[in-house]
Design a protein around this ligand. Structure first.
Ligand code: ATP
Ligand code: FE2
Length: 324
């Protein structure tokens, strides 16, 4: 069976084709800026302009025609209204035109379900992206949030710092590069409350330090502080739930230093770290296709009249259909 998945919750227009076992294609175009942040209207325009090229490439690379598809999946939420609407409209159109079932997918759940491809069994999940930062584990058939950020998502915080430093969007990858050249650790606020974290104080403090320290040192110190907070809450959840696997997912999971720190913690606890390749950890269409197909196989379908976007759809509001 094959599914086409469409992703448009924020900056990325993604389209991918997947079977139950394998990703066949994963194409994307990302809205970026040199200096300022992301404007939802501009992101939506970007998606509209790139949609058909990306979808056609995804089908071509998967050697699949629309008639061979079993269903069409799309990110129904959470995310930004304007970009979400583009993906939903295109998915409805394709579903009606080719008479294929439509499957509305929760974007956050898709970030987790991709761990199934890596055969990560019953892990604690550190889902760390732009808008979301959550420590999740399956408990009695539901994805439960054990800990989360009390204010901003880690990626958005990195992007906000990058905006202040004038190094463009997305900020995470540039900060990672600059951090490699940082030598001095500058002391920064470290805020962990049980299994929750807070990053607002850290961001304010960093902004105040801009221009007083080398940007490279600030980026290095930011990563060391912020990622230590993430590792601490993940380890606490693993100890509490007595789980032996950690799945690191979401756009920030691309960061090599974060991966290294998680690996070290897992090694010390005799546990295993699972980290998808960046192409599947960040926003992408293949994870939507994969999740939608598994949902379709379980008999799930989204009627056109129920396919309106859900910008504030939380992970723990989702009826669990696919467990990992
Ligand atoms: P969600 O809706 O799941 O929150 P998202 O819209 O934030 O998703 P993702 O692609 O999952 O999209 O994550 C994007 C974030 O990841 C951005 O904030 C970006 O700065 C951050 N990021 C990307 N690469 C890196 C990296 N190498 N190091 C740190 N952060 C990174
Ligand atoms: Fe995401």
């Amino acid at each position: 069976m094959k599914c086409l998945g469409i992703e448009t919750t924020a900056h990325t227009f993604g389209a991918g084709v997947s079977t139950e076992k394998k990703i066949l294609s994963n194409e994307l175009s990302m809205y970026k800026t040199e200096r300022g942040g992301m404007l939802p209207r501009e992101a939506a325009d970007h998606h509209y302009q790139n949609a058909w090229r990306i979808i056609n490439n995804a089908l071509k690379n998967a050697k699949t025609s629309p008639s061979e598809l079993d269903c069409i999946g799309f990110s129904q939420g959470p995310g930004m209204g304007a970009p979400l609407r583009i993906g939903a409209a295109i998915a409805r159109y394709l579903s009606l035109k080719h008479k294929k079932p439509l499957i509305g997918v929760n974007h956050c759940i898709a970030h987790l379900v991709i761990g199934k491809l890596l055969k990560a069994k019953d892990p604690v999940m550190l889902y760390v992206s732009g808008a979301n930062t959550q420590v999740i584990a399956l408990d009695e058939g539901r994805y439960r949030i054990f800990g989360e950020t009390l204010d901003n998502g880690v990626g958005n915080m990195l992007d906000a710092f990058a905006r202040s430093a004038g190094i463009g969007f997305p900020g995470g990858p540039v900060i990672e590069k600059l951090a490699l050249k940082g030598k001095k650790y500058v002391k920064l606020p470290y805020t962990v409350k049980g299994m929750d974290i807070s990053v607002g104080g850290l961001l304010t403090n960093l902004k105040q330090k801009l221009g007083k320290h080398k940007l490279e040192d600030l980026c290095h110190s930011l990563q060391e502080t912020l990622f230590s907070m993430l590792v601490e809450v993940s380890e606490r959840a693993m100890a509490h739930c007595n789980k032996k696997n950690l799945l690191l997912t979401g756009g920030v999971a691309a960061n090599k230093r974060l991966q290294e720190m998680c690996k070290k913690m897992c090694r010390a606890r005799n546990a295993r770290l699972f980290a998808p390749p960046t192409s599947l950890a960040r926003d992408n269409g293949a994870m939507i296709a994969y999740t939608a197909l598994l949902m379709h196989k379980k008999g799930h379908c989204t009627r056109i009249e129920d396919s309106q976007i859900r910008p504030r759809w939380r992970t723990d509001q989702v009826k669990t259909i696919i467990t990992i």
